[in-house]
Design a protein around this ligand. Structure first.
Ligand SMILES: *Cc1c(COP(=O)(O)O)cnc(C)c1O
Length: 428
């Protein structure tokens, strides 16, 4: 990030010239709020309430059971999956929008472990990053117990060296949820495959935020989140992708009836569907899936304007601006930037640390209409984080300017020291 000062007037100008500026109107954002938490819960698509009202009153109310066919409910996981495929470099018929990220990780990691046990039975290690999102590590821990394998955690900088001949599966989150640091997926897959390991990727902070090409990067398995940059709403279904070379090799363990080759044959014995179909388990929450469909459409609306490449360009110029403004206006307040300065290593967020007060500062900002969030650290190596997600679909350059301005006010006035900002809520 080279330093350069941007005035509010320059930011207004950047918004006027922004080729993606019109996409903001696809969202219903609260008046006057600067929302920098779309990496945790995406904004409400303007089309969602009417679409859901129609799904409730017509498809559910009038269509009733017939809507499984007539409204296309039964195929919706595949149809939404096909749309998500366009955002992540997957092919039609390879992605399902189902279940949660945690559950999908359980399914794909189980499959990866079965493949590894069959092809390379001496490999007993699942390798991951110590700073990976906890649910990913917890799921891996449980699976390692079941398969009598070892979950080995290393720091980000040690991954390549740790890829030894005992590693069965490398499981990583592409963009780190705390720091926004992004792995070079192609290089990691390449190294892992050369060492004989399979790669499982979590795209929770990548899908809809950064360019992805799972095929070009030679990935094996991936999961991702529906309620973050895909704007699917609270608890939206997640997605999963399995490379076709792996999908038919083993069952995934949650062998429910939706993954059966013929669910409506109601046979007593399980026969897995071919391809990605077997990664379904049971009946999906249609209203949530319909909301996710609308959310994914907001990202696809960028396709005629340059698609993910254009969104990525804008995201980078927003986070670059954030870094420049911080450098210019907030030096001397004990805040340091932990997100990578190098564009190719940075996802779509800006994370800051401060030795003390990170939680209170975030609360003081929220009270001033700038919504970011706080992520607790675990000591010196991973200090507390102030996190600002930048969704390029609806974040404006002026929003970044005002957010940094509010942060400047909170820091220079010392108002964050007020005891009322220190009381921690249950959801941070
Ligand atoms: C947000 C996130 C999840 C969320 O998992 P849920 O099953 O939806 O609770 C999982 N992994 C990562 C890396 C995330 O960022």
């Amino acid at each position: 990030m080279t330093s350069g000062f941007h005035s509010l007037r320059e930011c207004l100008q950047l918004d006027e010239q922004d080729p993606l500026g019109s996409l903001r109107s696809l969202f219903d954002l609260p008046e006057g709020l600067i929302y920098l938490d779309g990496n945790s819960l995406g904004a409400l698509p303007r089309a969602a309430p009417a679409r859901l009202a129609q799904a409730i009153s017509q498809e559910w109310g009038q269509g009733l059971i017939r809507s499984w066919n007539s409204a296309g409910w039964f195929d919706l996981p595949r149809r939404v999956g096909d749309k998500i495929a366009r955002l992540i470099g997957a092919r039609e018929g390879e992605v399902l929008a189902v279940d949660s990220t945690s559950v999908n990780l359980y399914k794909v990691l189980s499959a990866a472990l079965q493949i590894a046990r069959h092809d390379a039975p001496r490999r007993k290690v699942v390798l991951s990053e110590r700073s990976n999102f906890p649910t990913d590590l917890y799921i891996a821990q449980s699976l390692c117990q079941q398969h009598e394998m070892e979950l080995r955690l290393v720091d980000c900088s040690e991954i390549m060296q740790a890829l030894g001949d005992d590693v069965a599966v490398l499981m990583l989150t592409h963009v780190n949820y705390r720091t926004g640091a992004m792995h070079d997926m192609t290089a990691v897959n390449d190294q892992a495959h050369r060492c004989g390991a399979l790669c499982v990727w979590d795209l929770a902070h990548s899908a809809g935020a950064v360019e992805l090409d799972l095929h070009a990067a030679q990935a094996d398995f991936a999961v991702g989140c529906g309620y973050k940059y895909l704007n699917g709403g609270p608890g939206a279904p997640a997605f999963l992708w399995v490379h076709a070379r792996h999908s038919d090799r083993f069952w995934q363990p949650l062998s429910g009836w939706w993954g059966h080759a013929q669910p409506f044959a109601f046979e007593p014995g399980y026969q897995p569907a071919q391809g990605i179909g077997r990664y379904q388990c049971g009946t999906q929450p249609m209203l949530s899936l319909i909301a996710l469909d609308v959310g994914v459409d907001t990202v696809l609306a960028a396709e005629p304007l340059g698609g993910m490449a254009a969104l990525r360009r804008k995201s980078l110029s927003l986070t670059r601006l954030f870094g420049q403004l911080l450098q210019h206006r907030l030096s001397g307040h004990g805040l340091s930037l932990v997100s990578p300065q190098d564009d190719v290593q940075r996802g779509s967020q800006i994370s800051l640390t401060r030795a003390h007060g990170a939680y209170a500062i975030v609360q003081a900002l929220i009270e001033r209409g700038v919504v970011g969030d706080f992520r607790a650290g675990d000591g010196a190596e991973h200090p507390d984080i102030l996190r600002f997600g930048v969704c390029p679909l609806y974040t404006r350059y002026v929003d970044i300017w005002h957010a940094v301005d509010a942060l400047h006010q909170v820091m220079s006035s010392g108002v964050w020291r007020d005891a009322k900002y220190g009381q921690q809520h249950s959801v941070t």
